[in-house]
Each structure stands twice: as structure tokens, then as C-alpha cells.
Design a binder for this molecule. Structure first.
Ligand code: PMP
Length: 441
């Protein structure tokens, strides 16, 4: 008894070696050394249900990806200035997933790079240097993507420290925002007003940028007609519409491959990453030939590893496997099964204020009072710790950290969904008995 264990030592070394901003999940995180499908396995051999990994949509350690990457690594890996088939096939496949006129692909290595490039493309193509973004958003860590990241949970000073070219509009949250339910139409009107006023002041926006389904706020659908109205406004003043599909796109929403389809809107520039490589670093920006052409004399683009032979093969294999294993279909079916289970839990646990989301991007919002919507922040943190002990990895999101973001690998089966719902039921019951949550109106 007593004394530091080798595990404590490894964690202390991690904290010492990593920059202090690089936090880890949980105060005492299990050391995860293996993954398989929608499970993670600790060094101690304990298995956890993984409810957070939208980086591995096919599931952990998918053999088809492993084999494809290994084979390509043995043959060739180099930068994308060389001419090889995989990058051509991959860009064609990506472009084919998007509606006209989005036909031109830039390949990068991450979501932050994709958003950064998207902003530069919009500014370059329009000559307009201002950008309108949503509050409560996260888009990345590079200079431009961080500038439009407004989530106070990630940076409490986010709004006060934006560069002057960033303008923000209300997070269009119809559950807890300023306008709720039927009144949610006001969000679009207000955003249009901000865009019109910017133009009137002589600084028309070069871009409006948002997630097309509000992932960072817990999987909240944008109010109906929001994007068509806001996109029309920004275009009226010569600007472009950028959709960040990094979390919500690529089949996760089930019914729609892209979030913007749910809004019946077509952006001018689409950013993708995360899911594309099943964990291998991969990102893309897809736009029109006209926008890409106009950028040519405005800025430079070359990414040494973006679209490398290995990255292209990883990307192609992910697309093949998504199709062959019908994982978007599984997001529809298992997602609906899971959502129904969570909605049933809400009948017994008053702390559940709402079940947001679509397919396998769900958000369980916890509140102390269903009328005031006071966020159950501490309870959510406690719940996540308890779920870990019970064998489930799930994490909070949103500016109040009171929403469980539920975005497991798309291969999760009904048994996995049932285990999650049953474990949550147990943990919520315990929380209610201790009187910290639940038992409100
Ligand atoms: N946009 C959104 C919506 C994201 O969720 C993230 C990552 N959490 C990013 C951009 C940045 O992606 P990356 O971490 O790959 O740079």
C-alpha cells in the first residue's frame, strides 16, 4: 500500500512531457493499449464500450484498413507531387459524394488544416476579409480555425480574444438558446441582419462558417431553413458559405451523409476530416473549380503528406468499408434504437432534459430543472466518472459541459447500444438516490 505505481509514473511523465494545454480524459484515465470494433481495452485487460470515437467510424483496428495501409507502406509512400493512381481515385470518389458544383478537392491531414484552408480560399476568392461564425463553436487550433472557435468551454476568453475580422452570431440552439421551439426562426433573421449590417458598414463578409448540424452543442439540429437563409444572405454580399462537416458528416447522421443535406442547403466549401482515415490523419476541403482557380494567385497550397499514397489508400479503404458494411445504414438503425432507449430513460430520470441528435450522433442533455434548464454540470462529470467504472467511455460537451456526446464507432450493434442504455440507467439511478440529480419537476 502507498507509493507511486508504474501507472502513476507514466501519467506523471505524460503530464511533464506534454504541453499543459493537452489535457486527458478523466483524472485517472485507464491506460488504453488496444481497440477492437467499438471496444477499448486497457493495459490491465479491462474492456470498455467506446461511445466517443468518431475518429474510427469503422471500429478500432479494422483489419481491412490495417492490411491496405501496410501493403501501401511496403510499396510506396511519398508526397502528392508525384503522379500515382490512389490519389486520383480517392479525390474522384470524394468529389462524387458531393452535389454539383462541388467538384474540386484539396487533401490535408486534419480538421484544423481543412478549416484554415477553407477560410483562406473564401478570402482569396472573394477579396473580402471578414468571417461570420457561430458562438459556442469549435473549428480547430490553427490561426484561422482557432480565430473562429468561440466555445467558452475550450477557452473562457474566446469571445474577447477574437481577431477583428471574426464576427459572431448566436448559437442557433432551439432547446436552450435565446429563441426556443417555434421562435427558433429568429436565429436566421438575426444572423442575416448581422451579415447585412457588416456589408452596409463597408466590410461584407467573405464567408459564413458553421457546422451544418450543431455537433459541439451536443448534436442539436439547426432550426429548419437556417442555412438556406444565412447562405443566401452571405452570397448576396459576395461571400461564400463554408460547412464544417468534420464531426457530423460522413454518414454518422444516418439519414444524411452530410449535415447540410438535412438543411437542404449546398455550401460553397466543405471541410471534412476525422472519420476519413479511421484514425489515420486525413482531411479535405471540397469546393468549386471556380473558387479553387481564383485562389491560385491569392495563396499557396501544398501539403507534403496530404493525399500521400498511404493516406489516399486509407481514405479509399474507409469509403469502401463504409459502403460494404452499410455503416450509414447501421447509423440509421442502431442510432434509432439507441435514441428510443434514451428517450425511454427520460421518462424515469427527470435530470434528462433532452435527447438531441440523429443517427449515431446523439446528445443527452442533463438539467437540474426542466423549466429553468439549469445545466447539471457537476452531475454530468460525476456520471462520466461512474460510467467509466462501469465499463463505458463517454464524455461531456457544450458550453456548460452538461451534455453527454454520444458518437461511437458506426459499427456499434444493438447489444452495445443496450449495454450503454442499461449502464446509464444504473448510473442515473444511483445519482438520483444520492439526491444530486433527478427528482426535479
Ligand atoms: N471542426 C470540428 C467541428 C471539430 O470537432 C474538430 C475536432 N474536434 C475540428 C474542426 C478540428 O479537427 P482536428 O482535431 O482534426 O484538427
Amino acid at each position: 500500500v502507498g507509493g507511486a505505481t508504474p501507472e502513476d509514473d507514466l501519467l506523471a511523465r505524460r503530464d511533464a512531457a506534454f504541453a499543459p494545454v493537452q489535457e486527458h480524459y478523466y483524472e485517472n484515465p485507464p491506460r488504453i493499449e488496444r481497440g477492437w470494433r467499438h471496444h477499448m481495452v486497457s493495459a490491465e485487460g479491462r474492456s470498455y464500450l467506446d461511445m466517443v470515437n468518431n475518429v474510427t467510424p469503422l471500429g478500432h483496428a479494422h483489419p481491412r484498413v490495417e492490411q491496405a495501409i501496410s501493403r501501401q507502406l511496403r510499396r510506396l509512400n511519398t508526397n502528392s507531387r508525384f503522379h500515382y493512381a490512389a490519389v486520383v481515385q480517392f479525390t474522384e470518389r470524394l468529389a462524387a459524394l458531393l452535389p454539383a458544383p462541388l467538384d474540386t478537392v484539396f487533401l490535408v491531414n486534419s480538421g484544423s488544416e481543412a478549416v484554415d484552408l477553407a477560410i483562406r480560399l473564401a478570402i482569396g476568392a472573394t477579396g473580402q476579409h471578414d468571417v461570420v461564425a457561430l458562438r459556442e463553436a469549435y473549428h480547430g487550433w490553427t490561426y484561422a480555425s482557432d480565430a473562429v472557435s468561440t466555445s467558452l468551454q475550450d477557452n473562457p476568453n474566446a469571445l474577447a480574444t477574437r481577431p477583428s475580422w471574426v464576427h459572431t452570431v448566436d448559437s442557433p440552439n432551439s432547446y436552450r438558446g435565446r429563441w426556443r421551439g417555434e421562435q427558433a426562426d429568429n436565429y436566421a433573421l438575426e444572423a442575416v441582419q448581422v451579415i447585412d449590417e457588416l456589408a452596409a458598414s463597408g466590410r461584407p463578409a467573405g464567408a459564413f462558417l458553421s457546422e451544418s448540424y450543431y455537433g459541439n452543442a451536443g448534436g442539436v439540429a439547426l432550426p429548419e431553413g437556417y442555412l438556406p437563409q444565412v447562405y443566401a444572405a452571405v452570397r448576396r454580399h459576395g461571400g461564400l458559405a463554408i460547412a464544417d462537416e468534420i464531426q457530423v458528416g460522413y454518414g454518422r447522421l444516418g439519414t444524411w451523409f452530410w449535415g447540410f443535406e438535412q438543411q437542404q442547403a449546398v455550401p460553397d466549401i466543405v471541410c471534412v476530416a476525422k472519420a476519413m482515415g479511421n484514425g489515420h490523419p486525413l482531411g479535405a476541403v471540397i469546393t468549386t473549380r471556380a473558387v479553387a482557380d481564383r485562389y491560385r494567385d491569392q495563396g499557396y497550397f501544398f501539403s507534403s503528406t496530404g493525399g500521400s499514397p498511404v493516406s489516399s489508400v486509407a481514405g479509399l479503404t474507409v469509403l469502401d468499408t463504409l459502403r460494404d458494411e452499410d455503416l450509414q445504414g447501421n447509423a440509421v438503425r442502431t442510432g434509432a434504437h439507441l435514441k428510443a432507449k434514451l428517450q425511454a430513460l427520460a421518462e424515469h430520470h427527470p435530470i434528462i432534459g433532452a435527447v438531441h441528435g440523429s443517427g449515431l450522433y446523439l446528445g443527452l442533455e442533463l438539467v437540474r430543472d426542466r423549466h429553468t434548464l439549469e445545466p447539471a454540470t457537476e452531475e454530468t462529470a460525476e456520471l462520466c466518472e461512474r460510467m467509466l467504472h462501469l465499463g463505458v467511455i463517454v464524455q461531456p460537451t457544450g458550453d456548460h459541459l452538461n451534455i453527454l456526446k454520444i458518437k461511437p464507432p458506426l459499427c456499434i450493434d444493438p447489444a452495445g447500444a443496450d449495454f450503454f442504455a442499461d449502464t446509464l440507467d444504473r448510473a442515473l439511478t444511483e445519482l438520483g438516490h444520492r439526491g444530486t440529480g433527478g427528482h426535479t419537476r
